[in-house]
Design a protein around this ligand. Sequence first.
Ligand code: FPP
Ligand code: K
Length: 491
Amino acid sequence: MTSSQENGDDTLDELLKDKARIEELSDDEDEDDSMTGPPFPGNHLKPRRKRKSKLHPQPQRKLLEIPPWIFDTNELFHNDVKTPSRNALDKTAAECLRFLTLLDIQGLPLNSHGLPHLRRKPHADFLRFFLGPLQTGFTAMDASRPWLFYWCLAGLSFLDVDVSDYKERLIETVRPLQNPGGGFGGGHGQYSHCACTYATVLALTAVGGLDVVDRKTMWQWLGTVKQDDGGFRMAVGAEEDIRGAYCAMTIITLLNLPLELPPDAPARKGGLTSFTDKLGEWVGRCQTYEGGIGGGPSNEVHGAYAFCALACLSILDAPHISIPKYLDIDALARWLASTQTTPEGGFAGRPNKLVDACYSHWVGACFALIEAALPGMKDGLWNKAALQTGPQGGMRDKPSARPDGYHTCYSLSGLSAAQNHYWYDSKSNTTDAGSGRLLAAFNWQAKRGTADELAVLKVDEEDVVALIHPVFVLRLEAVEAARRKFEAGGL
Ligand code: FPP
Ligand code: K
């Protein structure tokens, strides 16, 4: 008997018996568009739940039966004190339970386990829509155009759509975003930025269009954002944070740029000669007393930053070498595991915050990286079955939010992390003797989950998402093509 039961609070069991209470808790009377970002013209593709339930009359509702594989525990964590954040957690749990308990499956086609299939075509149509002309509301995204390209093209490729047809269009679209001094801005006439350049390089990698990148000026520009404490700024004069470290090292490694700093790089004055100098130590400084990773030294921790840190270290060297060298791996593993939410089964960006599908990637993808660094650890740190639930057409943060490209791309990546196996081949070289390229990130191997494993996850063969590179978040083949393309190195 738990304290919440003693107190007579709702336990999950009680809640599940009370369909009306789930409805009441999840009823979004005060629908707030501000939490769902800019107006998406594609909204008609996916009417919001309230309207939808009118369009699609619900089937006869039965007493709910909770599939036991969803939860590790059947208790809703309740405090006695009602606060706005406590209420938000309850409301989110209730709105997710409508789907997890199959109360609200909206007539979707079901797989052999009675759960909705991964709806490839609606998801793909949704992503294609955002690669077309967009309405004026999207001016808010003007500084993030490359992100739209990356989320949509990578997401399509995760659904096994051939995106090579987009190659010429993408090249011509990003050509004007490339600055003469190197790197890409988010929109026309904008300064180069690590995040936009990362997204551009990944999108180009997805379609096989990397020829448009000027590698020499890219190298020179990256030299201007490397700091003499080891980290990277997001842009010249901008914030120095862990995203910069991961984005910069991804760009350098995929394009096989020289690790040596350009002659006029400011960090040379601080005694540095290589992009990798002091980098591992700087990443290590981002780990806090909580065990998680902050955006920078002594900042608040967040799951997305944990991914950036682990992926950056996995580029520097083999994960079983670099991760324990710079991070307290037990503390980080404990923190990561504590971000998986009950009863939803997804991940939050931080413990006791709201579940959000994008963290299926930002946190879910951390596990392959950290498990590769923990001796004898295999698939033990997270509940994969719990993540496998409820993707609708065009994916979204949570049921009360609108779907978007960002959540669709990263939910698919999270599904892949749960459905498939990723491991590091520790016998392969970590540096290329000829070009000096860091090779660790190219030593990942993957295979699809076996039939037995998929059955445990209640997934049909046709619902399995593509194998996705755990460091670069692209299809494995796309990463391999970039490795080969720039094998020779040089500028
Ligand atoms: C908190 O937002 C979010 C952050 C502190 C950072 C999120 C960063 C990313 C998702 C990606 C970074 C990576 C790259 C490669 C650019 P919040 O407080 O609104 O959300 P929360 O409650 O879910 O934590
Ligand atoms: K959020």
